[in-house]
Design a protein around this ligand. Structure first.
Ligand code: ACM
Ligand code: ZN
Length: 525
């Protein structure tokens, strides 16, 4: 009997009898119920691309789609019987996910299927993938390919990291210099050539539409008050001491951040967020908030005055004040704010901000349900779900086995799910992006989709060859099993990589800049 390997593994899968009862042919008959058009089109496109014919006939083999509103959100039942594939789903997304499963069945069986039944639903409602397009710009076509890959993996949230020190990638009409100046850097870590690019509003609209056709929500991230050198390069008055900076050429944590003392910083950011909210209809916006050194704030008279007015005794409080004001601006508009959170973060943030945890290992005590009440959390634990890290640091097994559901959250509705992040400081091409992302995204998808009791890493590995055939339907590279698996010597490769990264981080840039600012501050006082 044929053994199928579906990734992510369905919750229940039974094959009854080994004989083929269904054979795909070019007369395949589609019966498409209300709400199933996208699912049917996706199947038709796939058959056309992979099997080489447009199945729009009226033959005896039938595939039917129907929403029955029973079962869990995003669930589906896929049954194959004599000359018939039947898809019954709770909702549109469920029907679409049935098609993703069917694609793998058809690929592995070359179009002939035995009688079978699959009942399936996801364990996490939030199954995210983040792409950093700031460190390297990815074209609209490239972003669409990532969305195609997300759909194949039944992922449903695209987190778009649109701004960072190395590039501002979204057009804002009321602040045109952000994209015009902030999207261009003089040279890159690799190649030492100029690099740039940004998305117009039309580009954003196209991508959001493309995502929605695949039941993927789009969360834009406008990262602040740190990681903003590209914005300061365009508008120096955003910084403490009005610093004239170039868009960063190197990665690393920059000491130049937004001046939180000046009221003009807030009106600037509110304008930006207002336009962002208009562009992104899913009503979730990521505010960033990660890695914010307080060196400038400590020296800046405006920031210090603000702290005094607020009665704050530490700069972390200033960070919370800043984020909370932006978050309230969003929630007043009915938009859900999200921010990065790690072990070193403060606990003074509005309780309705979703924390995206990016620390290592399990969620820290400060984040457990008891400590946080009803706070919602997404796990992007960086010892499992950071796709840019070398396989020597995060191998396939870790991505598969390190749970999104961690201490304190097993029985909690407050952990919405998890997100795999592709940071791109060291990902200058689609080839490298593919190598980093796959097969880890397969492991991740099973981590967030499949019940823990149904997951088995050995079985996942047994399906890797079939998974590679699925990936071959998209123009992505991927790491081989050998490259992705734990191997003791690989960690030395990782050490080399880490050293190179440290050199960039602690490059003279930061030191020279710090001296300059300290001098300026002294002269003012
Ligand atoms: C992060 O990796 N800085 C969120
Ligand atoms: Zn300041």
């Amino acid at each position: 009997m044929m053994k199928f390997h579906i990734i992510p593994k369905p919750q229940s899968f039974t094959v009854s009898g080994g004989e083929a009862v269904f054979a795909l042919d070019d007369m395949l008959n589609f019966q498409v119920g209300i709400g199933c058009k996208n699912a049917a089109k996706d199947l038709s496109d796939f058959i056309s691309k992979v099997f080489g014919f447009d199945p729009m006939g009226s033959g005896s083999e039938t595939v039917s789609f129907e929403l029955d509103r029973t079962g869990k959100d995003e669930s589906y039942r896929l049954s194959v019987s004599e000359h018939q594939i039947q898809i019954k789903a709770h909702d549109e997304a469920g029907a679409f996910y049935a098609v993703q499963t069917l694609k793998q069945l058809l690929l592995q069986s070359k179009g002939t299927l035995p009688a079978l039944q699959i009942d399936d639903y996801p364990v996490c409602s939030y199954r995210g993938f983040m792409l950093d397009v700031s460190r390297y710009f990815f074209t609209v076509e490239a972003v669409k390919l990532f969305l195609d890959a997300m759909a194949l993996h039944k992922l449903n949230v695209f987190h778009w990291h649109l701004t960072d020190d190395q590039g501002w990638r979204v057009e804002i009409y009321s602040k045109l210099l952000l994209a015009q100046i902030g999207s261009q850097r003089a040279y890159t870590n690799f190649g030492k050539t100029p690099h740039g690019g940004f998305y117009s509003k039309a580009d954003i609209e196209e991508i959001v539409r493309y995502a929605h056709e695949r039941y993927i929500k789009v969360i834009p991230e406008i990262d602040s008050p740190g990681h903003v050198v590209s914005a300061i390069a365009a508008y120096p008055s955003l910084s403490c001491f009005n610093r004239q900076l170039d868009v960063s050429t190197h990665s690393g944590i920059k000491n130049d951040v937004l001046c939180v003392g000046k009221e003009s910083t807030f009106s600037f950011m509110f304008d930006v967020l207002d336009e962002i909210c208009e562009m992104f209809p899913d009503k979730i916006v990521h505010l960033g908030g990660d890695e914010v050194p307080t060196k400038r704030w400590k020296l800046c008279p405006d920031c210090q005055r603000r702290m005094e007015e607020l009665g704050l005794t530490d700069e972390k409080g200033l960070h919370a004040y800043y984020i909370n004001r932006l978050a309230s601006h969003l929630t007043e508009k009915g938009v859900q704010p999200v921010m990065w959170y790690d072990e070193s973060s403060d606990n003074r943030y509005n309780s309705d901000i979703i924390f995206q945890y990016w620390g290592q290992k399990d969620v820290p005590d400060g984040l457990t349900s008891e400590a946080n009440g009803e706070r919602k959390v997404i796990s992007s634990r960086s010892d499992a779900f950071y796709l840019d890290l070398p396989y020597g640091k995060i191998n396939l097994k870790q991505t598969y086995e390190n749970d999104a559901f961690v201490d304190g959250f097993e029985k909690s509705d407050n952990l919405l799910g998890a997100e795999a992040c592709l940071w791109t400081e060291y990902v200058p091409s689609m080839a490298k992006a593919g190598y980093c992302t796959f097969p880890r995204l397969g492991a991740f998808s099973e981590n967030v989709w499949t019940e823990k009791k149904n997951r088995d890493f050995k079985e996942f590995l047994a399906g890797l060859k079939a998974y590679e055939r699925l990936l071959d339907t998209l123009p992505f590279d991927y790491a081989s099993k050998k490259q992705a698996m734990p191997w003791p010597l690989r960690k030395y490769g990782y050490l080399l990589w880490f050293e190179r990264r440290k050199l960039h981080w602690q490059g003279l840039h930061n030191l020279i800049d710090d001296r300059k600012v300290e001098k300026e501050a002294e002269n003012r006082i």
